[in-house]
Design a protein. Sequence first.
Length: 315
Amino acid sequence: MKLPELKIGHLVAKVPIIQGGMAIRISTARLAAAVAEQGGIGLIAASGMPFDELRHEIRLARSLTKGIIGINAMVAAREFAGLVKTAIDEGIDLVVAGAGFSRDIFGMGKESGTPVVPIVSSAKLARISESLGASAVIVEGKEAGGHLGTDQSIRVLLPDIKKAVKIPVIGAGGVISGRDIVELLSLGADGVQMGTRFAASVESNAAPALKEFYLKAKPEDVVLIKSPVGLPGQAVKNPFATKIIEGTAPLPDSCDACLKHCERNFCIIKALIRAQQGDVETGLVFTGEYIHKIDEILPVKEIFSRLLKEVEEIK
């Protein structure tokens, strides 16, 4: 089998793979550029970045590839609109919005001609997105890492959402292998988004200790935690995740008001930063459901090569 191209607005990705935007600072310029260079779409995770840092990352990614570079930003973040505006001013190719839903973003996209791609988990939200001017939607099932908008499998959600809209539909959650890609395409997806597989890549900005921690994860280690964002989050069980589940996680000692609405059960920005820097005891390690299927850290080029080979071998 040969994979189709993925068209989003005026953009055409030779390989229908979007790399998930993993914050904080897991998906930075180096990873996004490496994915774009292989013909996929690379995303810089903008959430938690000051505007100047985001500008720097976009410019760095541009210096490393002529491929398609986008950002992923959390709608729940207080600086969401500012991050999107900064990225659009820098000429970003597309904007992916998750962890909430924003109607305002579509106007920003229309004004600049920037494709806007919301992450949705229902046919209703997909239809609303299309009516507001979305260029595509990413449909995320319960298998995805990080914040979840559903407890249903991507395999259940995809066919209904594909029927509900005419814009491209990208399947996300639990995509690790070439077989997973083919399965989602057969269910109607126009492309896939992969996060966890790229978090465990050479170019990922996760600290070596965090990458090693990924490789040790077993199926029973994946747990749901209650995020201050107001959504469940999928993470690897460690002492900090256990405390969140038990309700004994340390409460924030200071607050930067980084979220529009915060449940204040713990500070998510600091917890994600600790994990990214390699503190796998007191950091929050977001992950997809099938992390146990990843057994080595590979360069992005090799990940693509293996995925395409697996796809080709499927009759």
